[in-house]
Ligand binder design. Structure first.
Ligand code: ADP
Length: 543
């Protein structure tokens, strides 16, 4: 016997319709890509323009399931595309502009993008690549008439504002199966070609609900959210959807993510919550330190994408009164896997004991199920000590890559994350490493993340990466590659001494190399792969 409840498909268009009807005057503020200040409107106006845009895209020939590529920053036009494209039953394919040109071409061709919409910043890039984009029929520059180039090599370049202005908003969102594809994101693919993860309306809506929960992002109609995490990287962690569901004010930072630009926007728009990878907060905190600034409204910051250094979490809390929520996830998980918040029974603990829990990656919201397994796929105990390969499942976890790339990734119905970690009896996950980053020394594992966190806690260190280098006896040994803070001094010996007493003796790195800068991936993470290549011939002292 079936229940007797309405069978309304979960649809992304319903999110913006809801925000329009019940939070119509809640603002969406964007730093203009054109460079002249802020653009400001509200959910009602955004919905109106998304409908006009949907009509314009249909007039350009966009059909159900067609892909629309975007090369764009976090901004209101990108937001409109999110809703207009998916709401029409087509697929929004957000491309990471920081990828290598060949990868961008590969991705756009692999996705078979029909239309490509891009910000003014990327005009030179698209001019260069257009002839290699085999399936793109229409190129749309996301700007107004006044900023259109007088001359361009892009055939039939269209102007976004002209397309929107040519339509009215008499438009009803079509209805279709909730399992219909809605958005496509490629993983940055540290090895081999990037692979596409194809989200559905259903998975996106369930993720939007899950992400908004109190022990996850805790979003509300009283919050002002500034997503630093790009809309081209796993849908800005789903914030453009969850915010619409909750009626949260959105502030889009455009292309300037330096400390000053972010700080000014945080203050001017009274931002209460933000989210991004650790690297971006380094810049902001350095700027705040140097200028002795404080936040007046910011309450919490979600940090994930790579491990949040405990030193960063302390600094936010102790010096700025901002709560850091550590989060873990991946493109294949839409991306939220877990966020770290305490439980009631932890509230009576002293601050240090609470901190020891909060630096873990977190516990899963309802909707994410996980386990750790050994090499043979046997489940390991969740005792907070045993580490194993982390596997996940749930309605917003991927079951296969776009076009079947890489074959069937599932193992007994579970998705292997490629991460190694421990689980404890309270449900908290601690990531030891990516399985390919873990350092194997004398048959035992050393966590590069733990060693990096110690280096970063040293007052003279700005950023650090720990990698394994070949060792004749131990197979691999850790070395620290570190960047000093401007004007700060520390020697190799001092940094190595800093490890004493903090980890087992055999975990202490064998060497330190100071560099001016560390390599980062297109998603702003330390590129260990590049570092390992750079240090492939490295000889440890005394070997
Ligand atoms: P990619 O960078 O490969 O495109 P994602 O952005 O999906 O992929 O990154 C997912 C990976 O990032 C995870 O599998 C994990 O290794 C790492 N990661 C994400 N958040 C954290 C975190 N809080 N701590 C440690 N590692 C993390």
């Amino acid at each position: 016997m079936h229940g007797l409840m309405m069978d309304m498909p979960l649809a992304i268009s319903e999110l913006i319709r809801h925000a329009d009807r019940h939070h119509g005057d809640t603002e969406i503020v964007s730093r203009r890509v054109e460079g002249d200040g802020l653009h400001r409107y509200d959910y009602r106006a955004a919905h109106r323009r998304a409908r006009r845009l949907a009509k314009a895209l249909a007039r350009l020939g966009l059909a159900m399931h067609d892909r629309v590529g975007t090369l764009a920053w976090n901004g209101y036009r990108h937001f409109e595309l999110y809703y207009a494209v998916a709401g029409s039953g087509a697929v929004i394919h957000t491309i990471n502009p920081r990828l290598f040109e060949d990868q961008i071409v590969y991705i756009a061709n692999h996705a078979e993008d029909r239309i490509l919409c891009f910000d003014l910043t990327f005009l030179p890039l698209v001019e260069k690549l257009a002839s290699r984009l085999e399936t793109v029929k229409r190129f749309v520059l996301m700007t107004d008439r006044a900023h259109m180039p007088a001359k361009t090599s892009i055939p039939g370049l269209l102007c976004y504002e002209e397309l929107v202005e040519a339509e009215d908003d008499r438009f009803e969102w079509p209805q279709f199966d909730e399992r219909t594809a809605a958005c496509l994101c490629y993983t940055s693919g540290t090895t081999g070609n990037p692979k596409g993860v194809l989200y559905s309306h259903r998975s996106t809506i369930l993720h939007a609900y899950g992400a908004a929960l109190p022990d996850v992002l805790n979003l509300s109609a009283r919050d002002v959210v500034l997503p630093v995490v790009p809309m081209f990287h796993v849908n800005a962690w789903g914030l453009p959807y969850s915010a619409a569901a909750c009626g949260t004010k959105l502030v889009f930072p455009g292309q300037h993510l330096d400390g000053r630009s972010l700080y000014e926007l945080f203050e001017a728009e009274r931002v209460t919550m933000s989210a991004g990878v650790p690297t971006v907060w380094l810049g902001l905190l350095q700027f705040m330190d140097a200028n002795r600034l404080k936040f007046s409204t910011l309450k919490r910051v979600v940090i994930g994408g790579s491990a949040c250094p405990p030193a960063m979490m302390r600094k936010f809390a102790d010096e700025y009164g901002v709560e850091v929520l550590h989060a873990w996830g991946m493109t294949e998980m839409s991306p939220l896997g877990c966020v770290n918040t305490l439980k009631g029974k932890h509230l009576a603990l002293d601050r240090e004991s609470q901190f020891a829990i909060r630096i873990k990656q977190g516990r899963p919201p309802f909707g994410v199920d996980w386990r750790i397994v050994d090499e043979e796929g046997r489940e390991l105990p969740a005792d907070g000590r045993t580490f194993g390969h982390l596997q996940v499942r749930g309605p917003w976890v991927m079951r296969g890559y776009f076009k079947g790339e890489g074959g069937d990734p599932l193992r007994d119905g579970w998705f292997p994350t490629g991460d190694v970690g421990t689980l404890d009896g309270d449900g908290y996950l601690q990531i030891t490493d990516r399985s390919k980053d873990v350092i194997k020394s004398g048959g035992e594992w050393i966590s590069s993340i733990d060693l990096e966190n110690i280096a970063i806690a040293h007052p003279a260190i700005a950023e650090a990466a720990v990698i394994g280098v070949r060792h004749p006896k131990w197979d691999e040994r850790p070395i620290v590659v570190a960047v000093k803070k401007p004007g700060a001094e520390v020697t190799r010996e001092e940094l190595l001494a800093f490890y004493q007493g903090k980890v087992a003796k055999w975990w202490v790195p064998d060497d330190v190399v100071f560099v001016e800068e560390l390599p980062h991936t297109a998603t702003g993470k330390l590129s260990k792969l590049t570092l390992r290549q750079r240090f492939s011939d490295y000889r440890l002292p005394g070997t």
